[in-house]
Design a protein around this ligand. Structure first.
Ligand code: NAG
Ligand code: NAG
Ligand code: NAG
Ligand code: NAG
Ligand code: NAG
Ligand code: NAG
Ligand code: NAG
Length: 904
């Protein structure tokens, strides 16, 4: 069920404020950045997206060419968003006529090389998840004055049929006008193309003629070549209107349910029977109603369930098992989807309320029991497909909470009978656990992204499995003549999809190739037979090779690797090693960047003739450590005089205030940071965050050093006391270097730093890590951490103090203000005129921000989040005079009467 459409996207950026999430900018690049002149000295003069789809297998080549017309060398970026389900198979760049090609290596080997490069201060570029369906490939290279660079990325993917069509999705986002921009898609389908559509979200009437589409018989062709004028967002504009999705959909003729193709000793068999009566399905919806589902997630779940009930066929059976720490089955047996029962079910869904803990084990066993009983007592039709759909936004913390025990319990109880789909709502659930739970029970896992369309995502998933028309499908091929066949038994066939099996033919003298498909339909057993005469195979070959010759072999490798990787997830350890070895072998042999391999590109570094390596990894859903470790070198200060650029993934962006209060504002879109200090007297309370709309404020009280009167350092101040107010929940929290006090209405709870503790109540999740930090989460998208700095005991000068960091601020309204809050929705600035001063490595520069011109200085601040004793360094542009010019108003505007102050 995974990735039922091909999604690919291209964005090529140079000089415009780039989406360079994973590439830290060197000073020189910042210097040259200008939003007014997007073309700048770097001109991307050609972007070519070329896709050849042969019998569902898409081979995509993206070529971009740029020239540096400036008189100094410059950084050029190449960013491509490609489908998560695709494998990169090649990358190269040509600079000054020299080609540098990526080499695909075993991940561990590549990692060692990467670490070596990092230790030499050189380092890396990466592939990371970008959108829901895409991952981003990013490369940058320094291009000399008057030189050209060509980037070429190749990736491959099998298009999966979904609801009667194959879909090809290209995200177009060139960010600047491109002289030669072209998308060219050739399709060759041996069964013949039944329809072919191309559309783009950004298309205007003016641009319509630029899309050319034609198809006839087996061939289809789409091309899109907008002229410079067609690309302009308005006449005479220099900005591009091309920002959106280019979508191609098509299907093939279905004269016979199956189709076999054989090329160079490999076969592929596609099976999609014509419209059949649906097989009744029995669905148990196992729905998380624990406290964390409260609010939007629960509302969206209810909306989706109501819609799903509406779409349920009358011959289907269903039931709900709701779980928190308690388990509630709607009915004690499966219920037929009659209009009366539907009305009852809707009433039931409408009254669902979220609260409590999370028990996943027991509701899953309950669902299996309901289906078992359904068949035993003949409550459900004998010929039917049974599914369990689990939706959760968290991890088990009640009942059996050991993930492997839950998996084992479900696997044993289910014993292969029912298909389990697990839906992970948001990023809190343990995706690997849910994935294994599903794969062990012939289903798949999916992520439901927490967003305003989560209900549509849930319905979309349901639609894919809503209409099984065959069950227990067995596909048989000539015995003794084939080997290495991919999965050929399937539990269900869903209307509008397609089953695909590939393998190798071992008998070269085979005259004919026969396939039998046996399956159970709604009311009878069905058999489909297919036979092709291999005598004619030469003719077939020629047509198929027209596009690219070895595609069936690559298609077979692509499917095999994907299936080995899936199997690996639920294999026992001895088997796992073998599956990994096989998948790795194939990945290397066929040159695919898979979760087991990485691509290493060694590029020339400007003049210095030093090598710089970077690697591209495959994104793996739910795997947090899929990327190489973040190097602390990422933040190291780099002097202007050296043309050294650092490449590494940024750590979680955060805004914070720590030490003598140093404020740090991260600017993720620039991969850089701004910083400033506030000098005030001990006892002064400063407002850090204030959001009137949410009713949340954070204030901090300054404290000075001990023995102020005797010390030259006496003007140092720190935060000694922080107050957090949440008006809507009538909540006040005071954090000092001694205690954490929670006040809600008349109830006051006091904790010390000496004990680990956690508090979970409506709208607040608080965790105290003994003598280290306390994290606060208010609903979704507002998470802070306060770090306790302990001064050495009996230090003559220093006291304990607190640091305040935001970990997630996306919940805040546009009204949010305060010394940190005003930056939650981003800040744009421009840096120019970087020049050395008397202080080595601390150049000054001119910053244009909020229509003001400021002189700023490159500096370093410390991030104590990972380790209080051993902070990491963050390079930033320091704004002098209490942040004047950067912050709204002056710093005294942020002084408030007390730590619980909040405006009405
Ligand atoms: C490059 O061009 C700029 C502006 O045209 C000029 O100020 C600068 O001196 C030139 N630099 C070199 C190295 O030629
Ligand atoms: C990768 O691309 C380069 C440059 O086009 C080419 O020379 C090389 O043969 C390609 N490698 C593979 C494995 O296709
Ligand atoms: C575009 O530029 C031309 C020449 O500079 C000018 O004559 C014309 O009026 C401009 N059109 C618009 C819509 O600004
Ligand atoms: C269910 O279907 C009925 C009739 O088709 C429609 O009036 C109603 O709005 C639908 N409800 C939902 C939740 O889609
Ligand atoms: C996997 O196991 C099979 C049989 O146990 C063996 O023949 C094969 O060589 C192994 N493959 C790898 C790559 O280790
Ligand atoms: C909080 O402290 C714990 C325990 O020392 C540590 O593991 C964790 O990384 C800290 N979290 C933050 C965000 O500083
Ligand atoms: C701090 O981190 C560095 C690099 O990770 C390490 O070499 C050093 O030993 C650490 N120091 C302390 C005091 O933990």
């Amino acid at each position: 069920m995974a990735g039922l459409r091909l999604v690919c996207s291209l964005l090529f950026c140079a000089l415009t404020p780039v989406n360079s999430d994973f590439v830290i900018e060197g000073l020189r690049k910042i210097q040259k950045r200008s939003t007014e002149k997007p073309a700048g000295d770097i001109e991307v003069y050609s972007v070519d997206i070329n896709s050849k789809v042969t019998s569902r297998f898409a081979h995509n080549v993206i070529t971009s060419r740029a020239v540096n017309r400036g008189n100094v060398s410059k950084e050029v970026f190449f960013n491509v968003d490609l489908p998560k389900s695709a494998f990169i198979s090649n990358f190269s760049m040509i600079i000054d006529g020299v080609t540098y090609t990526g080499v695909i290596k075993e991940k561990e080997v590549a990692k060692k090389q990467y670490e070596k490069a990092v230790s030499r201060g050189q380092t890396a570029g990466l592939v990371k998840a970008s959108g829901r369906k895409t991952e981003k490939f990013t490369v940058s290279v320094n291009v000399a004055s008057e030189s050209k660079v060509t980037f070429e990325l190749v990736y491959e993917e099998m298009l999966k049929r979904h609801l009667g069509k194959y879909e090809f999705f290209i995200k177009v986002q060139p960010k600047a006008l491109v002289k030669h921009y072209q998308i060219d898609i050739e399709i060759y389908e041996p069964q013949g193309i039944s329809f072919l559509n191309a559309e783009a979200s950004f298309i205007t009437n003016d641009l319509l003629p630029a899309i050319k589409k034609s198809f006839s018989g087996k061939r289809g062709h789409i091309s899109f070549k907008p002229t410079l004028d067609q690309q302009r967002s308005c006449p005479n504009c220099t900005s591009s209107l091309m920002d959106g999705d280019f979508i191609v959909t098509y299907d093939v003729n279905r004269e016979s349910p199956g189709n076999i193709q054989i090329v160079n000793g490999y076969f592929v068999h596609y099976f999609a029977p014509p419209k059949l009566t649906g097989v009744p399905k029995n669905v148990v919806y196992v729905i998380d109603i624990s406290g964390s589902m409260y609010g939007r997630k629960m509302d969206q779940t209810k909306t989706a369930l109501l819609k799903i009930l509406n779409d349920t066929a009358e011959h289907d059976y269903f039931n709900f098992v709701l779980f928190s720490h308690r388990i509630t089955a709607w009915r004690d047996s499966m219920v037929k989807a009659t209009p009366e029962n539907m009305e009852e079910a809707k009433k039931f869904v409408n009254q669902i309320q979220a609260s409590g803990g999370t028990n996943i084990n027991d509701p899953m066993l309950k669902a299996i029991e309901l289906l078992n009983k359904g068949y035993e007592m003949k409550q459900v039709p004998e010929r039917s497909a049974s599914l369990i759909i689990l939706l959760t936004d968290g991890e088990a913390n009640e009942g059996e909470s050991n993930p492997s025990k839950i998996q084992a319990n479900v696997k044993n109880a289910n014993n292969g009978k029912y298909t389990v789909y697990s839906l992970a709502f948001g990023h809190s659930p343990d995706y690997s656990f849910l994935e294994k739970l599903a794969l062990e029970n012939s289903g798949v896992a999916r992520r439901i992204y927490e967003d305003s369309d989560a209900d549509l995502q849930l319905q979309g998933f349901y639609n894919e499995v809503a209409n099984p028309t065959l069950v227990d499908i067995k596909m048989q091929y000539p015995e003794n003549a084939i080997a290495d066949v991919t999965q050929n038994n399937f539990k269900q066939y869903f209307d509008g999809s397609e089953l695909v099996v590939a393998g190798r033919i071992t008998d070269n003298d085979l005259n004919s190739f026969a396939v039998d498909v046996n399956a159970e339909g709604a009311d009878q057993s069905l058999k489909y037979s297919e036979n092709i005469d291999l005598q004619e195979k030469d003719g077939v070959d020629k047509n198929l090779q027209y596009i690219f010759g070895d595609f069936i072999e690559r298609l077979w490798a692509y499917i095999t690797i994907q299936q080995l990787l899936e199997k690996r997830i639920h294999a026992d350890p001895s088997e796992k090693a073998n599956l990994t070895a096989k998948a790795l072998d194939l990945s290397l042999k066929f040159n695919f960047v898979t979760p087991l391999t990485s691509m290493v590109v060694t590029k020339p570094e400007d003049k210095e003739k030093e090598e710089e390596s970077f690697i591209a990894d495959k994104f793996v859903e739910g795997q947090k450590d899929a990327q190489p470790p973040v190097s602390s070198a990422r933040y190291a200060h780099y002097p202007v005089s050296s043309a050294r650029y650092q490449y590494a993934a940024p750590s979680t962006p955060s805004n914070w205030v720590d030490s003598d209060p140093h404020f740090v504002i991260n600017v993720p879109q620039k991969n850089d940071a701004l910083c400033f200090n506030i000098q005030e007297e001990p006892g002064v309370v400063l407002n850090l965050i204030e959001d009137k709309e949410l009713g949340i404020a954070v204030n901090g009280e300054l404290t000075g050093n001990k023995k102020e009167e005797n010390s030259v350092l006496s003007h140092e101040t720190y935060f000694g006391r922080l107050g957090i107010v949440n008006k809507k929940n009538m909540l006040r929290i005071e954090v000092t270097t001694e205690t954490i006090t929670i006040m809600q209405g008349k109830i006051t709870k006091i904790f010390t730093w000496e004990k680990k503790a956690s508090v979970k109540k409506q709208g607040l999740n608080l965790v105290i890590n003994k003598r280290a930090n306390v994290t606060f989460t208010f609903g979704e998208g507002a998470t802070f951490v306060i770090i306790l700095h302990k001064a050495p005991k009996d230090h003559p000068l220093h006291r304990d103090f607190l640091g305040f960091y935001t970990l997630d601020d996306h919940m805040f309204s546009t009204e949010v203000h305060g010394l940190l809050g005003q930056f939650f929705h981003g800040i744009d600035y421009e840096i120019s005129n970087i020049h050395e001063t008397k202080v080595p490595n601390k150049p000054d520069a001119t910053m244009k921000v909020k229509n003001k011109i400021l002189t700023v200085t490159r500096g370093v601040q410390r991030d104590y989040r990972k380790d209080r004793y051993n902070s990491s360094e963050v390079a930033c542009w320091f704004v002098h005079s209490n942040g004047e010019g950067l912050i709204d108003g002056t710093h005294t505007d942020y002084i408030v009467p007390d730590i619980f102050s909040i405006a009405d």
